[in-house]
Design a protein around this ligand. Structure first.
Ligand code: SAM
Length: 374
């Protein structure tokens, strides 16, 4: 967690040339603020259940100021990419043309693999122009050898195409498609926006659909590959990466993004490391949480209402290794206050986020040999 410029610079000594796929979804140069929605069952149809909270800002003095932000980060991404790696840079009409020139300069003009158009529907107040309903994803490969798993992303042909070829083999001017195998998708994609996907919505602003990331990951990485997202927001990329057996690195500058990402990752039930940039200030918790430790059981005693909590049972004092996570059920029910660890802890650190979302705590509880302590 932290400013990705510092995070990526810190990764260079160990990871230069090591990341197989980077998906980057930075602020788009919209000069808007994007609040988050927090509360149970984040749903605009039940506004009493959620409230607005700080999300992230996308404010710039001018385009130069924005490109001064973007360029050094793209340079670091380029350096971190493996020789056969691929970068997907997700933007829209505000800055895609300028960013394309930066990527041309960095990667070389001939290294563009695709300019993907992601189209979607949604309400729009615009009356003076066509509704702006697409984003642009610029795809650049570092070298001419790169991963592209065409078979992993094939989709069925349109029923009309199937009908045409079934009725006449001559329809394709001699080329007969393999109808059963399906086709490699075009460079324009339709996926519904997350606002329409009730099961995916986290309330974090500008969250991208899992299906979009799934296509990117399946096409441009292999199981076991290292995938990174240094503007991870709600954590769509790490979530999809874990689901498909990829290793991941993810970073965001706001603690709400990181909390949302951790909370989503907890659904997958696999451990992950969380590292914080030491200069970041975290909201302070007013009510300290008491933690009871009984051999392998960690129990929170009378905590304030929590949204999420997690445990590192062998905390090294720096990197938080989230071994077990608990999250408040989305629709109803209370959050469990007890976690059973796979083994006895040595140095317990608990992170907890309250339901108003503004409070977070790092609580360290050294464990002696005593079986029970508060
Ligand atoms: C467009 S959103 C990403 C949304 C994400 N793809 C998702 O599916 O939820 C951009 C994110 O970049 C983060 N961000 C902005 N500046 C950053 C920086 N310097 N370092 C790390 N993250 C940053 C913002 O906090 C925000 O969460």
């Amino acid at each position: 967690m932290g400013d990705n410029l510092r995070v990526m610079a810190a990764l260079l000594p160990q990871y230069e040339g090591c990341i197989d796929l980077i998906y980057a979804d930075p602020p788009f140069f919209t000069n808007k603020h994007y609040p988050a929605r927090i509360g149970r069952d984040e749903d605009s149809r039940h506004p009493l259940e959620w409230q607005l909270a700080e999300g992230y800002g996308d404010h710039w003095l001018d385009m130069d100021n924005y490109l001064d932000f973007l360029y050094p980060r793209l340079v670091l991404m380029y350096r971190l990419l493996a020789p056969n790696g691929t970068l997907y840079l997700h933007l829209d009409w505000h800055a895609d043309a300028c960013a394309r020139l930066l990527l041309d300069e960095l990667f070389g003009r001939d290294r563009i693999l695709n300019e993907i158009i992601w189209t979607y529907h949604g309400p729009s107040p615009i009356r003076h122009a066509f509704n702006r309903k697409h984003d642009t994803i610029l795809v650049f490969t570092k070298g001419d050898k790169y991963t592209f798993n065409a078979d992993a992303v094939r989709e069925p042909y349109h029923p009309n195409t199937v009908k045409t070829f079934e009725s006449s083999a001559k329809a394709g001017f001699g080329k007969i498609p393999n109808l059963a195998r399906g086709k490699v998708p075009e460079d324009w994609w339709y996926f519904p926006v997350v606002a329409r996907l009730h099961n995916e919505r986290t309330g974090y602003p500008t969250q991208k659909p899992e299906s979009l990331l799934e296509r990117i990951l399946l096409a441009s990485s292999n199981p076991g590959d290292l995938v990174a997202d240094f503007f991870c927001g709600s954590g769509t990329t790490p979530l999809v990466a874990v689901r498909h057996g990829r290793r991941f690195m993810a970073c965001d500058t706001t603690w709400r993004a990181v909390h949302t990402a951790c909370s989503r990752l907890s659904e997958q039930g696999s451990p992950f490391n969380l590292q914080r940039d030491s200069i970041l200030t975290m909201p302070a918790l007013q009510v300290p949480i008491k933690v009871a430790i009984q051999t392998q059981i960690i129990r929170l005693v009378d905590p304030p209402k929590l949204d999420y909590w997690e445990v590192d049972p062998a905390w090294d004092g720096k990197s938080f290794h989230s071994v077990m996570q608990v999250r408040r059920p989305n629709r109803s029910g209370e959050i469990p206050l007890e976690i059973k660890l796979p083994a006895a802890p040595t140095n317990v650190c608990v992170r907890a986020v309250t339901i108003d979302g503004g409070l977070i705590q790092l609580h360290v509880q050294p464990v002696a040999n005593s079986p029970d302590r508060l």
